[in-house]
Ligand binder design. Structure first.
Ligand code: SAM
Ligand code: SF4
Ligand code: F3S
Length: 501
């Protein structure tokens, strides 16, 4: 599910994005409809909800579904039969918004056949456009920003009365800590746990600080409880989510005194790792300016913290990084990579790259390519720059790199990354890796699919002694450009093997 290799065409039909798997954004889940069992207090009404964007948005949809279930709604995979359609939207690039606009046209056609249907726009695009959305898209009844989901009962009620409703108030406190998210379309093995919301960085290209508001950290007790509950019902992997997990900081309120002092990300990671050695812990996204050696040493200390770091570089050139307002230089980033290689030699590293940012010269583009040569990223998300209204870059700089140059640079970055990814998977041949089985291969139910600690998909023949959710040792025999193929080693041997890995 996380290992799709694909290219997308944007609204101008330019190849502008490419991703190899990481945990933050999953291209194969874009637009996925979310379905659950019927609630006990079913009110006869059906909800259709689909999501776009990053893992945080998918995680939010689980909170929304939980609130809607409490109101008696059941979910349906068929939007045409729904009473309420929700679309949880993303604004990160223009093509993400265009996708939503196109989808709304289809929902509009369904509404004509089913008068009384309510259409709600949730998430980042709702927050960016606010009530303008109601003017631009006449079929939309409700517009809800990411911090306003608790207001859903009131907004649905307003829509039921025939009124259009908007709540896009951003909060400095809301973390939805007390809401148990229902797990949507889950494999029952891996789940996201949101540890913070918003972002206080002002990367000049980025719309997120405007759509998600100020950064705030959720209390560690509720995070550990959620992860523990997941483990107790059979989950074996949690991914801690935040736009910048390294700046996680929770300071107890005076009334909470006696429960310990401030908790930073390294402390939180350790608390979650200690829940059970069989619970794998992942996290995303790390910020190069904030990732500390303390976090790296905590990863080294606990075997169940997966050795994979998503560390978006954006550009390999210090001048471009400066106008991007990333607040680190090329040298600083290299220093952090060296620290990872030294403290965690087996760690995989993935990244995000923006291609053709305002004023980027040919030599500066070459610096990004040379950074990729230096780091040898395991996976990468690559995007051509898309100007976002209201951002610092849109106000200060001209989007002046012609599309044909952006595309040519994009193709050079893409070719480089494909080469790096293939080299990295080839290095695994002959090794024996600990794999968490998360289901069956998409191509054949005679094969299991699972993830290595480094987050690479591993395919191997089904062995009836094992089932999804089990850990197995797999010897890697061959690979495709992004997938490892192997065989489970004999189980008794496996028990003695841990020290060899
Ligand atoms: N918080 C993370 C960070 O700081 O790296 C990721 C944030 S964003 C949801 C995911 C990625 O989208 C970014 O790392 C960046 O590469 C890309 N991105 C953000 N704004 C963009 C824009 N205006 N044009 C193209 N890509 C963009
Ligand atoms: Fe956007 Fe930068 Fe915040 Fe990431 S750290 S969400 S790129 S502003
Ligand atoms: Fe995520 Fe897109 Fe919003 S990437 S935070 S859903 S703008």
């Amino acid at each position: 599910m996380f290992n799709q290799k694909l290219t997308i065409k944007d609204s101008k039909n330019i190849k502008s994005e490419f991703s190899l798997p990481t945990s933050m954004h999953n291209e194969s889940r874009q637009g996925e409809a979310l379905v659950l069992a019927k609630p006990k207090n079913h009110n006869g009404r059906k909800l259709y909800i689909e999501s776009y964007g990053c893992a945080m948005n998918f995680s939010d949809s689980e909170i929304v579904a939980s609130l809607m279930l409490d109101m008696g709604f059941e979910t349906t995979p068929d939007y045409k039969s729904a009473d309420v359609i929700f679309i949880n939207t993303c604004s990160i690039r223009d093509n993400a918004e265009q996708r939503v606009r196109n989808r709304l046209k289809e929902f509009g056609a369904a509404k004509k056949n089913k008068p009384g249907m309510t259409i709600g726009v949730l998430g980042c695009m709702a927050e960016r456009l606010k009530s303008k959305f109601l003017e631009e898209e006449k079929l939309v009844d409700i517009v809800i920003g990411p911090d306003a989901y608790r207001d859903l009962p009131a907004l649905i009620h307003q829509a039921d009365e025939g009124n259009r409703a908007v709540n896009v108030v951003l909060s400095q406190e809301e973390t939805y800590a007390d809401i148990s998210p229902v797990r949507l379309n889950s494999n029952g093995i891996s789940a996201y746990v949101s540890i913070m919301r918003g972002c206080d960085n002002m990367c000049s290209f980025c719309v997120v600080p405007f759509t998600r508001g100020r950064e705030r950290s959720r209390d560690p007790q509720s995070i550990v409880k959620e992860a523990t509950d997941l483990f107790n019902i059979g989950y074996r992997e949690v991914t801690l989510l935040g736009q910048n997990v390294d700046s996680y900081k929770h300071v107890p309120l005076p009334s909470g005194e006696g429960r310990g002092g401030a908790v930073n990300f390294a402390n939180l990671l350790e608390r979650v790792a200690l829940i059970n050695p069989k619970l794998r812990v992942r996290f995303s996204t790390s910020h190069p300016k904030d990732i500390t050696d303390e976090v790296l040493y905590t990863m080294a200390k606990h075997e169940n913290i997966c050795k994979h770091i998503h560390l978006p570089v954006q550009s390999g050139n210090s001048r471009v990084l400066e106008i991007m307002n990333r607040t680190y230089t090329r040298e600083w980033y290299i220093n952090r990579i060296n620290a990872i290689r030294e403290i965690l030699p087996q760690c995989s590293i993935s990244t995000d790259v923006i291609i053709g940012f305002c004023t980027e010269t040919e030599a500066e583009h070459q610096d990004t390519l040379s950074m990729m040569d230096f780091v040898q990223y395991d996976f990468a998300y690559m995007y051509t720059y898309s100007e976002r209204p209201g951002t610092l870059a849109a106000k200060r700089f001209k989007d002046d790199i012609p599309e044909d140059i952006k595309t040519r640079r994009f193709n050079e970055i893409l070719a480089k990354q494909q080469e790096c990814s293939h080299n990295r998977v080839k290095q695994q041949i002959g090794k024996t890796l600990l794999v968490l089985i998360d289901g069956f291969s998409k191509k054949s139910d005679k094969d299991f699919a699972g993830k290595s600690e480094q987050n690479t998909t591993v395919i191997f023949p089904v062995d009836n002694r094992f089932k999804p959710g089990d850990y197995v040792y797999v010897t890697i025999e061959r690979c495709t450009p992004a997938t490892l193929i192997g065989r489970i080693i004999d189980n008794d041997q496996a028990l003695d093997l841990k020290s060899l890995l």
